[in-house]
Design a protein around this ligand. Structure first.
Ligand code: SF4
Length: 340
């Protein structure tokens, strides 16, 4: 099945009453209120359906991004969802998706969304630790995340969980416990975002006062890797690690573990560990062929060939020839003895 063709529609945030420490609402609410209405939704869908597609048979999703959708008035939710209904009815669009806060989901709301063709809801859970949620000013509890997941699943809506790494009050232990608690909820997908210090946010003030220190890039990559392993071990897809790079993010970011290819760094570190473990148990007297998927070559090498240099420094590549094959499954490591 090809990946879905996603038609994004950005909705104005419209005055969130919360104040999460990491959030600069001004950058989120950049679009003027009410800018997107039914007409814009229809036009966007119609225009993008006409675009040439790499996979013409890919299912089409319309995604409402940019805010807590179910925090909008019911009238506005009906207007936006209603505009997509003719495309669902005609089969041109398979399903709708949106993101929201856990405390903005009830079983009634989940039922309403399902009736309007919403198939996926991503919840900004951020953590499953009440102390971390409180210290981050989230304004909801872990119990509310659990309730929201149950309501969505009860309405047969797929659930995505967004988690943040390095929030105020968080630690490696609480982050891993939070990851395990999130995995136990059985989400259909997860996104992992490192907490960044954004100009104009309450966290920026704490940072300037020396009361908040973001994770280093190296620690964030290591932590994301451990969380990825928790979810992957339970068959839960981690669909994104790291924020989408953008000029506005790079302009407003004061500090924190930002990297435009954060996810690639994490996968590269995980793959390095996997390859190192395989190579560590081979007999150095025997020559070997290290067989890897061609598509994994960049994560195997790492940034600036750093992974290979580390393996060389550890003496693990002596007597090893590395071969990349287009037919080998991704993230598989095969070590074959060869006659010398
Ligand atoms: S991150 Fe928090 S404060 Fe910012 S828009 Fe979302 S809920 Fe509101």
């Amino acid at each position: 099945m090809p990946p879905p063709f996603v038609i994004p529609i950005f909705i104005a945030h419209q005055g969130c009453p919360h104040q999460c420490l990491f959030c600069n609402q001004r950058s989120i609410t950049g679009a003027p209120e009410g800018m997107v209405g039914a007409r814009e939704v229809e036009e966007t869908i119609r225009t993008q359906l006409a675009w040439p597609r790499r996979y013409p048979d890919a299912p089409v999703q319309v995604a409402f991004y940019g805010g807590s959708f179910t925090g909008l008035t019911m009238e506005r939710q009906r207007e936006l969802l209603g505009a997509a209904q003719p495309f669902l009815a005609s089969g041109q669009v398979r399903e709708l998706r949106l993101s929201t806060r856990p405390d903005y989901v009830t079983s009634e709301i989940a039922g309403f969304l399902r009736e309007h063709g919403v198939g996926i809801v991503e919840l900004g859970a951020q953590s499953l630790d009440d102390r971390v949620l409180a210290a981050s000013g989230r304004g909801h509890t872990a119990a509310q995340v659990r309730t929201a997941v149950a309501c969505l699943k009860g309405a047969r809506i797929k659930v995505g969980l967004q988690l943040m790494l390095g929030l105020p009050g968080d630690s490696t232990a609480t982050a891993l416990a939070s990851g395990r608690a999130a995995a136990a909820l059985g989400p259909d997908m997860v996104r992992l975002y490192p907490c960044l210090v954004i100009s104009g946010s309450p966290l920026a003030e704490l940072y300037h006062q020396g009361r908040y220190q973001p994770l280093s890039l190296s620690r964030a990559v290591a932590l994301a890797g451990r969380l990825w392993s928790i979810f992957n071990g339970q068959g839960i897809s981690v669909v994104r690690m790291g924020l989408q790079p953008s000029a506005s993010l790079e302009e407003t970011m004061l500090a924190g573990p930002y990297h435009p290819a954060f996810g690639e760094l994490v996968l590269s570190r995980l793959f390095f560990n996997q390859v190192r473990a395989e190579l560590s148990v081979r007999s150095p007297q025997q020559a070997h062929c290290l067989c890897l998927a061609k598509a994994d070559e960049s994560i195997y090498r790492g940034k600036g060939n750093a992974n290979v240099k580390r393996l060389v420094a550890l003496g693990l590549l002596e007597g090893v020839e590395t071969v990349f094959s287009a037919s080998q499954p991704r993230q598989s490591v095969v070590l074959n003895p060869v006659d010398s």
